[in-house]
Design a protein around this ligand. Structure first.
Ligand code: C5P
Length: 310
């Protein structure tokens, strides 16, 4: 009976973007990753991911308003990794039915907002809901980390401090729903290139990078937003490579942002505002400067999956 109901239902979830309120890049490790100290927070801009059981057993189909070529897509990788683990870890698992995954993309790719990672985590949640939880603990987190350093964050709460390569997570109290403006410049930045630029700049300048301790990060987060000492280590190389981004940061500051910064390894910039009117004014101003923008708010918690008929 359950199988019949599931086969005529679609399971859907909103996959929200994140911003990095703080992003400190540490040393390059022997495994090719850098140690991080980061504070990530969800925002209300989201993709929509749906899953339905359809087609021949064992097949995975992707559809949506993006390049759906399968093998290098994180949604496809997430589904494959999940099904493999299920086969391995669930005794007497019944053969998987065909899966069709749809994704409506609204989060710009290569924008430092974790769109692809959030979609992958959202799909893992849908699969978990469809198939039931793994008998072992922590499997979803392991699969998430195998897909990318940011993916585990999106399985959890709305605001977390991340360490290690991004997978050592500590929940912190989410912010109130501050009005927010996201600004999307035209340029795209590849994550590995961004890390390489940070290393190169440090070698060239031979100066010690700024740093906050974990304690300082926790303590600073409880201060008023306008007093945060947070920074993003990817900002300097981006300002060098794309000097126009300085205008954008200044634009947000001049429009009264309580706090403004670049997210992730770029290219999105964001500003937090104390009221909707100020945020709207900043949004209009940046749009008039020719930038694509999003006017929204901070998000306290991830969304839950919902069933809907086809
Ligand atoms: O984990 P993810 O697939 O997002 O990482 C992409 C690339 O970004 C890595 O191959 C690595 O070059 C870089 N990276 C890093 N340190 C991290 C996360 C990512 O150097 N903590």
């Amino acid at each position: 009976m359950v199988a019949v109901i599931l086969s005529i239902m679609t399971l859907t979830i909103e996959a929200p973007a994140k911003i990095n309120l703080h992003l400190q890049v540490g040393k390059l490790r022997s495994d090719g990753y850098h140690d991080l100290l980061s504070l990530m927070h969800l925002v209300d801009l989201s993709d929509r991911v749906s899953l339905r059981m359809e087609g021949k057993g064992g097949t995975v189909e992707l559809e949506g308003n993006f390049d759906c070529r399968k093998e290098d897509n994180l949604l496809y990788k997430a589904a494959s990794a999940y099904l493999q683990e299920r086969q391995k870890r669930v005794p007497n698992a019944s053969p998987a039915p065909g899966l069709t995954i749809s994704c409506l993309k609204r989060i710009p790719a290569g924008g430092g907002l974790g769109g692809g990672s959030s979609d992958a985590a959202a799909l893992l949640k849908l699969l978990d809901r469809f198939f039931g939880a793994f008998p072992q603990k922590g499997v979803l987190d392991e699969i998430a980390l195998s897909l990318g350093s940011d993916v585990p964050f999106f399985l959890h709460t709305g605001a977390e401090i991340a360490q290690g390569r991004g997978e050592v997570l500590e929940p912190v109290e989410p912010l109130p729903a501050y009005p927010l403006v996201l600004v999307f410049p035209k340029w795209r930045i590849s994550t590995p290139d961004a890390y390489a630029s940070v290393d190169r700049l440090r070698r060239e300048k031979a100066d010690r990078p700024r740093s906050l301790s974990l304690e300082q990060l926790r303590e600073s987060y409880s201060r008023p937003v306008a007093q945060w000492p947070f920074f993003n280590d990817f900002t300097s190389p981006v300002l060098l490579q794309f000097p126009e981004s300085r205008n954008l940061l200044l634009g947000l500051q001049n429009q009264g942002a309580l706090f403004s910064q670049m997210s992730g390894s770029g290219s999105t910039f964001f500003g937090l505002f104390d009221g909707e009117k100020t945020a709207l004014r900043a949004f209009e101003r940046l749009k008039s400067m020719g930038y694509r923008c999003h006017l929204g708010k901070m998000l306290a918690r991830p969304y839950d999956p919902v069933y809907n008929g086809r």
